[in-house]
Design a binder for this molecule. Structure first.
Ligand SMILES: [Ca+2]
Ligand SMILES: [Ca+2]
Ligand SMILES: [Ca+2]
Ligand SMILES: [Ca+2]
Length: 253
């Protein structure tokens, strides 16, 4: 979909439906998860929908895939070891590795722009979700994750600004979902969306000046954009169904 809301194409037609999707950095491929065989797996395909490949093969949940910034790896979530963990793998599905190794829920992986860190949500030290950041290649081996949020409401779905200085995320602090923003070490968490409805799943624009997010403010989930400070909130999707996903896809080159 283009930033003005035009150009939305349905690329997959399997039932049950496919869920999370993310573009590769060069825009040529899309990685996504789906429940086609009842085993919730991760797939990739060319941006035109051809050349579909299955990347995971096990009975556990594998989902929420995202490409690393240089395009050689994919981070994703799996509960194959009994609880949700952040994994990484090569783009062809080889070398699948548990990076979070923690008994708690670990979910919502987001690569830093340089690829050195993965931000994620976890309830490892609390009874609610907080946002953490770990070194992407060795998140557990002597490099404990840095805790970025401290609040008794759920904080989840982190997304880095293009220059790596800020992280936008979803927070339930005011009693409903809001888009928040903080610096990469968790300083100055600020409610950016400030609306009484559910506002969630933020993603920065490539120039860092805008944030897209999904909101229920018009009676169903649609995609909106706003400035990174929360001004000029505008709806950009007009689908008849629920638009739950917001991301800045790159046009194929
Ligand atoms: Ca699976
Ligand atoms: Ca875990
Ligand atoms: Ca929290
Ligand atoms: Ca809200």
């Amino acid at each position: 979909m283009n930033a003005d809301g035009t150009g939305l194409k349905q690329l997959t037609f399997n039932k049950p439906r496919d869920f999370n999707t993310a573009f590769s950095p060069n825009g040529r491929r899309i990685v996504f998860d789906g429940d086609r065989d009842g085993k919730h797996e991760i797939y990739s395909m060319k941006a035109d929908g051809s050349d579909q490949k299955r990347l995971t093969t096990n009975n556990a949940y594998d989902g929420d895939p995202v490409y690393s910034p240089e395009g050689s790896k994919i981070a994703f979530v799996s509960d194959r070891d009994g609880d949700l963990e952040i994994y990484t793998m090569n783009v062809d599905g080889t070398n699948q590795k548990n990076q979070s190794k923690n008994d708690a829920k670990d979910l919502d992986p987001a690569w830093s722009p340089g690829g050195g860190f993965i931000a994620f949500a976890s309830d490892r030290f609390s009874d609610n979700l907080e946002i953490y950041s770990m070194i992407s290649s060795s998140g557990y081996a002597g490099y404990p994750a840095e805790r970025l949020t401290h609040h008794n409401a759920d904080d989840l779905a982190p997304n880095w600004s293009p220059d790596g200085s800020d992280i936008a995320f979803t927070s339930f602090r005011p009693g409903n979902a809001e888009v928040y923003k903080m610096d990469r070490h968790g300083n100055d968490p600020t409610n950016v969306s400030e609306s009484a409805s559910y506002d969630q799943s933020p993603a920065f624009s490539p120039d860092g000046k805008k944030i897209t997010f999904t909101s229920y403010r018009d009676g169903k989930y649609q995609i909106y954009k706003m400035s990174e400070s929360g001004t000029n909130q505008v709806r950009i999707s007009h689908g008849g169904g629920q638009d739950l996903w917001s991301d800045w896809g790159v046009s194929p080159q």
